[in-house]
Ligand binder design. Structure first.
Ligand code: ACM
Ligand code: ZN
Length: 745
């Protein structure tokens, strides 16, 4: 086969001299000529700074061996509190000294963290670019969540997590304190919650979906005493971070029910589980349980001054409630139509309790089901729909959709990524996030308080690993939460690489290097596809363009600007492996030759945004996902019927379809029930040519009568619902599809 192959190297001509080094990018930054330089001492005039702020500054400067001395007169850094506005804005003007002005303690703190990011070292000389900065935050809720139930982190580690948040101007720490696998907060009235509920006897090894499941039979757990909680809340407050506690109800309550089975529907004694997932046993909705919850919250309110108290509300299967006479009785007495309304009743009771005490509830978006409680705010995680719906009902909303904000997902496809739950959320995708969806009408946009990333820790057992998952993605997210005008991704990436990897190191924060690995981008071109390897620096872009298919692909593609190169090695007749020898890691893609490479496909059913990597091209890019599942390889659908139309040529005779499916029931991914193929020349009249049952995991070869037509329609029918007894039972399963190719002889 004859084919063409061209190769370009793109080099960025952009200079970086006027880059603002601060993340999140300030509202206004102008750089002047020259630097303010100093050796190892800075004098400070700290009038009007909040208590502890000078110590904070001094501690951070000491990391660079700079000593801070307080003076009365003119100083190297002069902090000036200005009366007038109660907002969080600040200004910094650096010339022959630095003048920092602010209205509120928060403003001073944000200014201080910006100032710290301006300092550069050159041997024993320190310098700060002469510049003017004006800045203020866009959103009031800039959150990070941490699950301490699946894995436990010490107070010292949580403080480290909070320190990192403060450096980047996050202001809400959502502390997920209770879940099935461990209750982590001392409640004096119910000591068994921590005596029993804080410990499990085993923990599942590997991924939840691995078969057979294996367990590490070792007692695991821990909890925070009330004194430790108070200390932590005060520590965070000094850094202008509010701690939002989460006490999960009515689901994710197995640890509490292990301690007090009388608050379940069955009363049956069960252990604290060592397996992740969603469990049928939840709190019973009877009066005694509600009283217990209110008693727990009474102690929680004394520890946490935050306005909002998170009550969970997610993933509560209604199975036990349907079979519990006490729950059915509550429904009858209160005239509730179904178990969703019963959940709303449960949450409503807690809402009233918290509202009477001057607090507000916030819960995961399931609290919309069965009717939203009058004062509740919604944290939208299953996409943005819940948030949009709540905002339209004039309820406050925090956006935290899995697609952009779940930092427990993989951040690259490289083999070196540590085991994660699944999903694919690279830095660039986080960066794209805008917490205000277009679907919210203008007058309701004010109900979006901000956004938050979540760190669920099933697969993170150390703070080092938590930080690896959080950084640098948290820096991409804070850009969306802080900046009124965030720069484009490439500009952000340059600033990040130039200044912030060293800053993270200076502050002893672990971070992923995934962004350094080249990202393979595949695009359609006339008659085929184009490959581009996009590295983190502009001079690492390798563009490989081909207008025909793979045979004869060169063994080596070298960046003409350096001796870095990519290797292609031929593995089999029509299969190529792409290797890279320039990184510590290997990226292996299997390419198949196929006549359908880059073929146009029209989706009647679009993929779910969470698993829509490269759209329909994903199905005809010559890359077969095989066993890989880091979220970017597969197209995921969650619909009752999936239809797509493939453009063919009526002279091209085909006699079957190859189509790949994934099965991973633990991740709610199921094989379809049936695949049908239809043909048409006009896209109006369709004729069925295949009805394929018994679909297998992997590539399916489905043969049909030799046919030619302008259009082939592939129609995939998933199961109606996930079968009973499995995770997600009763809900629509995911369908994961990869390469499709028509069989010709
Ligand atoms: C959630 O991720 N279950 C809120
Ligand atoms: Zn019950």
């Amino acid at each position: 086969m004859k084919f063409l192959f061209t190769f370009f190297v793109l080099i960025s001509a952009a200079t970086s001299s006027s880059q603002c080094p601060i993340i999140p990018t300030p509202d206004h930054f102008s750089e002047h000529t020259g630097f303010f330089t100093f050796s190892d001492t800075l004098s400070v005039k700290a009038d009007g700074l909040p208590a502890g702020a000078k110590d904070y500054l001094s501690m951070h400067l000491s990391k660079r061996a700079i000593t801070l001395v307080e003076v009365d007169g003119r100083a190297d850094i002069q902090f000036e509190a200005v009366a007038g506005k109660p907002d969080f804005s600040y200004k910094i003007h650096v010339d022959s000294n630095a003048v920092v002005s602010f209205y509120t303690p928060e403003g001073a703190f944000y200014a201080m963290n910006s100032f710290l990011q301006l300092i550069r070292n050159e041997k024993t000389i320190y310098k700060i670019p002469k510049c003017s900065i004006r800045d203020q935050p866009k959103f009031g809720w800039r959150g990070l969540h941490l699950d301490v139930s699946r894995h436990f982190f010490s107070v010292k580690e949580i403080k480290k997590f909070i320190d990192a948040m403060a450096l980047y101007k996050f202001n809400k720490f959502h502390w997920h304190l209770t879940d099935d696998q461990g209750w982590r907060i001392e409640i004096k009235k119910f000591p068994k919650l921590t005596q029993i509920g804080a410990y499990r006897d085993s923990t599942v090894i590997g991924h939840y979906s691995d078969e057979p499941r294996k367990y590490k039979a070792q007692r695991y757990g821990g909890y925070y005493t009330q004194e430790e909680v108070r200390d932590l809340v005060a520590y965070a407050k000094q850094r202008f971070i509010e701690v939002i506690p989460e006490i999960e109800m009515p689901g994710h309550s197995r640890a509490a029910l292990a301690a007090y089975p009388e608050f379940s529907c069955t009363g049956k004694k069960q252990e604290v589980p060592g397996l992740w997932g969603v469990f049928n046993d939840i709190y019973c909705s009877k009066e005694e349980t509600l009283r217990f919850m209110k008693d727990v919250l009474t102690e929680v309110l004394e520890l946490f001054p935050a306005d909002y108290i998170h009550i969970g509300g997610d993933e509560a299967p209604k199975f036990q409630w349907e079979h519990c006479s006490a729950c059915q009785n509550v429904m009858k007495i209160n005239g509730l139509a179904d178990e969703h309304e019963l959940q709303s009743y449960f949450i409503g009771e807690i809402d009233a309790f918290l509202t009477q005490r001057g607090r507000k509830i916030i819960g995961w978006d399931e609290i919309l089901e069965g009717g939203l409680s009058p004062n509740a705010a919604v944290m939208s995680w299953r996409g943005e729909k819940g948030g949009i719906e709540a905002a339209k009902q004039s309820h406050y909303v925090v956006m935290s959709p899995t697609t952009y904000c779940y930092f427990d997902y993989y951040q690259s496809s490289y083999d070196s990524e540590p085991l994660a739950i699944g999903g694919y959320l690279p830095l660039e995708k986080v960066y794209d996030y805008d917490p205000i969806p277009d679907e919210i009408p203008e007058e309701y946009k004010k109900f979006v308080l901000g956004g938050q990333a979540n760190l669920w820790t099933e697969y993170m057992s150390s703070m080092d690993h938590v930080e690896y998952m959080a950084y640098p993605r948290a820096l991409a997210l804070i850009q969306s939460l802080w900046c009124f005008n965030k720069p484009d991704y490439r500009s952000f990436l340059k600033v990040y690489l130039r200044f912030h990897e060293s800053y993270l190191k200076l502050n002893d924060i672990n971070f992923a290097r995934s962004v350094h690995y080249p990202d393979l981008k595949i695009a359609r071109v006339e008659g085929g596809i184009e490959l581009q390897f996009l590295g983190s620096n502009a001079n690492e872009i390798f563009t490989v363009k081909r207008t025909s298919m793979v045979q004869g692909i060169p063994e080596k593609v070298t960046n003409s600007n350096s001796d870095k190169h990519m290797l292609f090695s031929k593995k089999a007749h029509d299969r190529f492996e792409l290797l890279s020898d320039q990184f510590d890691d290997t990226l292996v893609y299997d390419f198949y030759t196929t006549k359908d490479l880059g073929r146009e496909i029209e989706f009647i059913t679009p993929p779910h945004p969470k698993y829509d990597h490269n759209g329909s091209l994903n199905l005809v890019d010559g890359v077969w996902s095989g066993e890989k599942f880091k979220g970017s390889e597969w197209l995921g659908f969650r619909d009752t019927i999936i239809e797509m139309i493939v453009e063919m040529n009526d002279s091209d005779f085909v006699e079957g379809l190859e189509i790949g499916f994934k099965e991973d029931n633990g991740s709610w991914i199921y094989l379809p029930h049936i695949v049908r193929v239809y043909v048409s020349d006009d896209k109006i009249q369709w004729k069925e040519i295949l009805r394929g049952f018994d679909i297998q995991s992997g590539i399916n070869k489905l043969n049909f009568k030799r046919s030619a037509a302008n259009y082939f329609k592939v129609e995939i029918k998933p199961l109606d619902a996930i079968p009973f007894g499995n995770g997600g039972a009763g809900t629509l399963p995911w369908t994961f599809i990869d390469e499709i190719q028509f069989i010709r002889n």
